[in-house]
Ligand binder design. Sequence first.
Ligand code: SAM
Length: 243
Amino acid sequence: MQYGETIHDPAAAEQERRYWSRFDPAILERNPQTREKFREFFESIIGPRRPARVLDLGCGTGLYHPILAPMVGQLVGMDRSLAMLRRAEQLSKDYNLGTELVHGDAQRLPFPDGAFDLVIAYDVLHHVPDIGAAAEEIRRVLMPGGRFVAAETTMLSPWVLAYNLFHRDEWGLLRIRPGLLRRAFRGFAQFRLRPDNTRFFSHSPLLERIFGLMDRYVLRGPLKMISTRYVIEAHVAPLDAMN
Ligand SMILES: C[S@@+](CC[C@H](N)C(=O)[O-])C[C@H]1O[C@@H](n2cnc3c(N)ncnc32)[C@H](O)[C@@H]1O
């Protein structure tokens, strides 16, 4: 593992304590439905062309790396939390994934310009104090024609709002609005934000039924904006467009 500058980070330590079960790398072993949903999600992000070098920004324990790593050339996981990275390192050994794991901050990425063709950030941006600074860093480390894809839960969803109001370290989500994201990513050639309602982690059968009915009858038209997350896609201009 490569070590960055911040060694003790109280916010990261608190997050580890509260959310360990959500990040347990064994989740995919125990839950084939979650595994399949992550597979579909990453397949849809990656598309038909296998990217050579991919950064998973804020990778946490890398719980989905056994799915993602075989889809790409070299997977690099980066996080500000050493404890999370240690779990990701163990997972990489257990599954022989060959993931490179790097300690660092999204606002100051420890990579050279143009190092990646794809950067992914799943459930991360709302934890970053200066999203605009992170967006500029992501743009810098992407090669011409490179892509950034992020999944970000949205507080417009009544379910998410109700849950996260009781989790103080998730209040960063209150900042996440389409306008803020558009401004943060204005340096990119293209920016797209689409509502998504995939539930990766299954809840009780009753809740699943309620969510299913909402998907069918409520989350249509403009009401799609209250689905559980946004998928953000931003493109760096290809080389020929830059000249
Ligand atoms: C909700 S977790 C998501 C982890 C992983 N992507 C997943 O979905 O399992 C957010 C992660 O972002 C990391 N993180 C928060 N702020 C960060 C920053 N400024 N730079 C790098 N990582 C950060 C946290 O340590 C945590 O592992």
